[in-house]
Design a protein around this ligand. Structure first.
Ligand SMILES: [Zn+2]
Length: 207
């Protein structure tokens, strides 16, 4: 905690002063251009890896950057309501679903029931990526196949993009060319981001 307290003070004295006019301009409004849906993983820092400033990215972060399919519900839907707000109220121009290497959430898809006992809500949440897991297992049945890891992480991004299209207000805006959807894969140890090319069905390094 001490490290963070020192950081708070240093932020106020140095960074805030450097960007004072930006923060003052953001006092009563935000106009983010992009909804960024990323993993909760501590190694993923969306503003850092995209060199964006406060006010630019509206963010959703959850285990394994998952988008539940659209449904009407009386439950408390955190991810769904944030998507709705970003699109319907903030009128974002882009939606990015960003997966990453060495994703613990994606790895948990392969845990057995005993391993998942302690994390029942995570287990339930990850059901939203089961089509990905099942597809990967069919293609690479060997448990220790190293391909499984990155393929799961990348196919999960593609799957969650599919889920985005189930939101009527998103598919309508895509048709009207008012919103663009991107799938990214972030390679932690190299600082590289790969963009999903839908027609080629593969991720290409952004350069
Ligand atoms: Zn992750």
């Amino acid at each position: 905690m001490e490290k963070m307290i020192e950081g708070i003070l240093e932020f106020r004295e140095k960074d805030f002063e450097e960007y004072r006019s930006l923060f003052e301009g953001l006092e009563r409004k935000q106009n983010p251009h992009t909804l960024f849906i990323g993993c909760s993983d501590s190694r993923i820092v969306p503003n850092l890896i995209t060199k964006t400033l406060p006010g630019e990215l509206f963010m959703i972060r959850n285990i394994a950057n998952i988008v539940p399919k659209y449904r009407q519900s009386e439950e408390f839907l955190a991810t769904t309501s944030a998507i709705e707000y970003a699109v319907q109220i903030l009128n974002v121009e882009n939606i990015v679903v960003c997966g990453h290497s060495n994703c613990g959430g994606c790895a948990s898809l392969y845990f057995n029931d005993k391993d998942l006992e302690k994390i029942p809500h995570t287990k339930k949440w990850l059901e939203l990526a089961h089509p990905v897991r099942d597809l990967v297992i069919r293609q690479f049945p060997k448990k220790d196949d190293p391909t499984r890891e990155w393929l799961t992480e990348q196919l999960n991004v593609v799957e969650q993009i599919k889920h985005l299209y189930s939101y009527p207000f998103i598919s309508k805006r895509v048709e009207e060319n008012k919103i663009k959807i991107f799938g990214w894969y972030y390679l932690i140890q190299r600082g590289e981001i790969f963009n999903y090319n839908e027609s080629k069905h593969l991720f290409e390094l952004i350069k």
